[in-house]
Structure formats: C-alpha cells, structure tokens
Write a protein that binds this ligand. Structure first.
Ligand SMILES: Nc1ncnc2c1ncn2[C@@H]1O[C@H](COP(=O)(O)OP(=O)(O)O)[C@@H](O)[C@H]1O
Ligand SMILES: [Mg+2]
Length: 146
C-alpha cells in the first residue's frame, strides 16, 4: 500500500485504535507486511485484532508469548508473528518463516527488531507510542524508527 493517507494518528481509546486499524486494513494488499513496535501494552495486538476483524476473520486473535506464529483466515490469510521471545534471526530463518512474506497473505510482526535486516523494503513500520493510560500515537513510516 501507499502511505499517503497515513502518517501519525492520535487515538484516545482502544476503540479509536481499533477504528484506525480497520481503516488501515482497507488499504492492504497481498504480500503487504507490517512491523509493529511499541512497549508492552502499547496496543500492537489490539491493532492486529481489529485489523483481522475488519478483513473478515472470525478467528481468535491474541499473542501468547510462547507462540511465534499464528495464522488467521480472512479475506487474505493473515500471518501474525510475535517475536518477543525469539533469540536470533537465525531461528526465524531456520523455521522457514521468511516464506510467509511472499505467500500471498498479510504479515503482521510484533517485536520485529531481531529480524529487522530480513524485512523487505516495502515493509510498513507502525510504531505505537503510549502517551497516557488511554492515549496512543500511531506512527506509520516506510522505514523503521528506533
Ligand atoms: N488508545 C489505546 N489503543 C490501544 N490500546 C489501548 C488504548 N488505551 C488503552 N489500551 C489498552 O492497552 C492494552 C494494549 O494491549 P495489547 O494490545 O496487548 O498491547 P501489546 O500487544 O502492544 O503488548 C489493552 O489492555 C488496551 O485495552
Ligand atoms: Mg502483543
């Protein structure tokens, strides 16, 4: 997708973050990849959950830290990674996970830092910043921010 319509969005509740995710979802195409950064509790999974729902998924979206990859059925297959507990990029490669980037679905990666050098150039980086208990700033860029 192009990022013209998205840059930085202030969301004042989980519902607003979900609404932003649903809108964002309408712009996604096959093989798009979104790398989600932000502290624990920032709202990465909340965003993925709403995105999956907007794309018609009825599957349960969560991110148990002991599972690296969960797949959901939606208008396009969704590949939801959570790499919080992954130690090296070699682990990612050894599990053949890179193949999902071009498998015709949409890939969402929480805690992508460890594999940042493996991410394709068209990756959309979403950093969610916690401003207060309910306020989040969603920052979309084509390049990774710190
Ligand atoms: N504006 C907001 N956007 C997203 N989540 C919010 C917001 N305000 C409060 N929250 C809460 O913050 C938590 C985010 O959790 P989660 O999505 O699991 O974060 P992460 O996956 O980044 O660790 C949820 O409990 C959610 O209800
Ligand atoms: Mg999460």
């Amino acid at each position: 997708m192009k990022l013209n319509n998205f840059d930085s969005i202030l969301c004042s509740s989980p519902e607003e973050t979900a609404a932003a995710a649903a809108l964002f979802a309408t712009h996604l195409r096959s093989n798009d990849l979104i790398a989600l950064t932000g502290d624990l509790g920032a709202g990465k999974t909340t965003f993925v959950k709403a995105l999956a729902k907007a794309l018609g998924s009825l599957d349960l979206v969560q991110s148990p830290t002991y599972v690296y990859l969960q797949m959901y059925e939606a208008s396009l297959p969704l590949f939801h990674f959570d790499l919080y507990r992954m130690n090296t990029a070699d682990d990612f490669l050894a599990m053949g996970f890179e193949e999902y980037f071009s498998a015709g679905g949409i890939t969402l990666i929480e805690w992508p830092q460890i594999i940042s050098h493996l991410l394709p150039a068209h990756t959309i980086h979403l950093n969610i910043q916690t401003l207060s208990e309910q306020e989040r700033s969603l920052n979309f860029t084509k390049r990774a921010s710190s």
